[in-house]
Design a protein around this ligand. Sequence first.
Ligand SMILES: [Zn+2]
Length: 406
Amino acid sequence: MNGSGASLGQGPSDPAITLKGYYVLQKRLEGVHLFPEGVDSLIWTPQKTGIFSIKSACLELAKASPHLMPDPIKGIWKGLIPPRIEMFAWLALLGKINTKDKLARMGIIREDENLCVLCESSPENYNHLLLHCPFSWKVWNSWLSIWNLKWTFPPTIREAFDQWKFINKGCFFKKVWAAIFFILIWTIWKERNARIFNNISCSPSQIFELALLRLRWWISGWTERFPYSFNDILHNPSCLMWVDSSSALTTPKPPKQIIHWEPPPEDHQKWNVDASVFNSPHRAAIGGVLRNSKGNFTCMFSSPIPPIEINYAEVLAIHRAIQISLRSQPTPNHPILIESDSHNAVKWSNDDNGGPWNLNFQLNFIRRAIKGGKVRIIHRGRGSNIVADLLAKQGHTRSDEFIAWI
Ligand SMILES: [Zn+2]
């Protein structure tokens, strides 16, 4: 035991220190009673059973060094997302993920290689990468702007998580809100890895759509009753405030029926129109396809429009279809049917008044066309509108309107 525990910095040959160590040991052994007839065994004294457990070790460590033990993180292990992503979130909140900043400190990469791959302007530490990076910020903001929320993010992802609460929106939405936190940080992390390891990059809006796609996918693990598709969420995120009829008195929408396109009557032409609105960046587009009673395409349009609420955009799609028909339809005497999957847009069009005041011009134009007897506007579900939906989405990529008569 020469110098054991007491010889630090002095060397074991220092007689004063050696003597002190001896007395320390003697003092400790005073209370020890040996039982020569017993069998030696290891006993973990913090547990009554004498058996070691991680939990008791952590508790002992926390008692001995409270400043070293982080607060326990509550609210991760809820089964809302796959376990590997829960594990990632847990490590991220503890700052244990292998960001470039950490790898540089460990000497695995060079100090000058620690720039964030998303913005290439700041060192990549976990708080920057997942929260403060301008790229990540846009992704977070895409979600917050849906709900008209402004949030000054706290300094750390851990504090952001502790503040990530949304109240009074029902049981299902609370799950959505909790899950999206993990989904956003996971999707940002995957994008970071795709850029580093695969040289593939996406825009913040694409990352956000991917996050919504993951959300929809994992919602199917919570319940099979959620009636909305990924496209529904993309077009109208408020459907995430769905209330499960089995757990509340509120009646949800009836289950979706498969709706197929049906041809118009003989000598009629039918427009299917649709709109598409993205929230980040905020942009909108409309599209429509005109078909005859044989189902042949006779005209189509696809057009970017100023950013606008989805139902308003649907009104503009109806308005544009009528305009195109009245101005340039080769067979102007054929009555026109217009199908839209926006219940609101159809109702506003068919009512004598009402609707958004800033669409008065377009709605009055539509109403005059209906009163003229040549145009009828009906509501029909999304299933009959697939081509129009695609044309509307294509409108986002166009700089100006595309119209083609076939
Ligand atoms: Zn960055």
